[in-house]
Design a protein around this ligand. Structure first.
Ligand code: C2E
Ligand code: CA
Ligand code: CA
Ligand code: CA
Length: 277
């Protein structure tokens, strides 16, 4: 008879290989998709909850399949992040911002659009250099924000710091994404000269899940304020949350209460509506 542990080991090996093959093939599909321009940005509005105006947007990648279906990044973002493809995709999204949002950027000089970066973008000088070149060609860096996530570790903080300084010098706003959920914490805040703290949905959720246990949310808000940072609250889904946040002094908000990530055309229409009201 075959020992059960051997059967188990073989089964595990089989599953690991299967997952690897699937990953590889998703990687291949993505490579083709990037070449064909199927990866584009959707834009989620950022609202001033006190006035109702759209003050900004976050660019979020979507895969538009040949059949027209729209796939959010949940299934593929990790594959992008773990390969060089993330560089092509980010650059492509970046270049499209002033084209997609031309009308908005022109009519509201205060409007900022943010884009999500991965550690690679900060740890090598390439991305900052590309931004410098784009600025030379008229890219509106003063209307751009970069989001640095705490979800992924930065291996070389001093290198990142140098590149972030270069981007800041171009007028780019530096935001800490997923604040309080991951690696960097206070060291990122201190070292990376962050302008804006994005408070994660996790903490915004506590307002409804356990309203008497919002200490971490409050502490994050306090920390951002005492460091002179602006705050954007993410994942705001109810007007109760929105009002509670405004009471705590957090007027810039993003979430399904206002809008999901929208296609360019939908976003422009949403922006017009917000400014007519
Ligand atoms: P994130 O940067 O934290 O982005 C916010 C995510 O929360 C988005 O999911 C957004 O659609 C979702 N969201 C916004 N408001 C609400 C809400 O009220 N309720 C709920 N339940 N969800 C809300 P999405 O677009 O699926 O993106 C998932 C993650 O993928 C992002 O999380 C980000 O980490 C990553 N990602 C997305 N686009 C890019 C990109 O272009 N580059 C990189 N490097 N990462 C990206
Ligand atoms: Ca983000
Ligand atoms: Ca976020
Ligand atoms: Ca998040």
């Amino acid at each position: 008879t075959i020992p059960i542990s051997l059967v188990f080991s073989l089964l595990c090996l089989y599953i690991v290989n299967l997952v690897k093959t699937l990953h590889r093939s998703l990687g291949y599909q993505l490579k083709v998709a990037v070449k064909r321009g199927e990866l584009i940005a959707y834009y989620q509005p950022i609202i001033d909850a006190q006035t109702g105006y759209v003050v900004g947007a976050e660019a979020l990648v979507r895969w538009i399949k040949p059949d027209g279906s729209v796939e959010p990044p949940g299934r593929f973002i990790q594959v992008l992040e773990e390969s060089d493809l993330i560089n092509d995709v980010t650059l492509q999204l970046l270049k499209n911002i002033p084209i997609d949002l031309a009308e908005v950027l022109e009519q509201s000089p205060q409007f900022r659009c943010s884009i999500n970066l991965v550690p690679q973008h900060l740890e090598s000088p390439c991305f900052a250099k590309q931004l410098l070149e784009l600025k030379g060609k008229g890219f509106p860096c003063d209307q751009l924000a970069i989001e640095i996530t705490e979800r992924l570790p930065l291996k070389n903080l001093s290198q990142a710091k140098m590149n972030v300084e270069k981007m800041k010098a171009l007028g780019i706003c530096i935001e800490l994404d997923d604040a309080g959920t991951g690696y960097g914490g206070a060291s990122y805040l201190q070292e990376l000269n962050i302008d804006v703290m994005k408070i994660d949905k996790l903490f915004v959720d506590t307002l409804i899940i356990s309203p008497d246990r919002t200490q971490v949310l409050d502490a994050n808000i306090q920390m951002a304020k005492s460091l002179g940072m602006q705050i954007i609250a993410e994942g705001v889904e109810t007007s109760f949350q929105s009002e509670a946040l405004v009471e705590k002094g957090v007027r810039f908000q993003q979430g399904y209460l206002f809008a999901k990530p929208l296609s360019t055309a939908e976003f422009i229409a949403f922006w017009h509506e917000s400014h007519q009201a």
